[in-house]
Design a binder for this molecule. Structure first.
Ligand code: OGA
Ligand code: MN
Length: 212
């Protein structure tokens, strides 16, 4: 990791986002990449939808990726080390910024060639449970012509930063206010997309505090 928790918190406070490189070692990241590709080849991914659980539609125009929700008890050791890193990060964020994050939910995402995700925010409901979005990229050797940049908008909604989805990179941003999009990809693009939650879920991922 190239950045301290204090700097992560400062970046989030200033711009609503932060980029963390080498969040996980390259060997572990490669193992996770292979795991995701295997699951996708074995047809375990499903087309992603948009909207809430009550209003769920699959719309290729808006969002072209396929996803696989990760099981926190997955026996995959590389996934377990990723979860462990997440737990440490969340503990640091809670200690340093009183974010009150209780848990996380996460899925693999694969954008096939030509897919994109239109400009959106991740938390539409006023009292939703998503606090921070955490996208971790898996493709090694992502090249400038491969597309698929994460475009994150500033508060003014006009100026933006384009972030290359390269292996080992974790991007955190505020789920309820930061607009972002995924530009069309020219190469199959893999990530783990996660959301840090201010509520417990049915399946405890990081178990920050014991459930009552
Ligand atoms: C999302 C999303 C960004 C990315 O899944 O909601 O915005 O870079 N993903 O994959
Ligand atoms: Mn999003």
């Amino acid at each position: 990791m190239n950045i301290s928790v204090v700097d992560i918190i400062n970046n989030l406070a200033e711009s609503g986002r932060v980029v963390i490189d080498d969040f996980l070692g390259s060997d572990q990241t490669r193992k996770i990449f292979t795991h995701a590709q295997d699951l996708n080849r074995e047809a375990h991914f499903t087309r992603a939808g948009v909207g809430t659980a009550h209003l769920h539609t699959v719309n290729k125009q808006v969002r072209g990726d396929s996803v696989f929700w990760i099981d926190p008890d997955s026996g995959n050791s590389a996934i377990q080390s990723y979860i462990e890193k997440m737990r440490n990060l969340i503990e640091g964020l809670n200690r340093g910024a009183f974010l009150g994050i209780k848990d996380i939910e996460m899925h693999y995402a694969c954008y096939p060639i030509g897919a994109h995700y239109e400009k959106h925010i991740d938390q539409l409901q006023v009292n939703g449970k998503r606090v921070l979005s955490a996208v971790f990229y898996l493709n090694a050797d992502w090249q400038p012509g491969d597309g698929g940049e994460l475009r994150i908008y500033d508060e003014d909604g006009q100026s933006y930063e384009d972030i290359t989805p390269q292996a080992g990179r974790l991007v955190l941003f505020l789920s309820n206010s930061v607009y972002h999009e995924v530009l069309p990809v020219n190469k199959e693009r893999y990530s783990i997309t996660g959301w840090m939650l201010n509520q417990y879920t049915d399946t405890t991922f990081v178990g920050i505090t014991a459930k009552v």
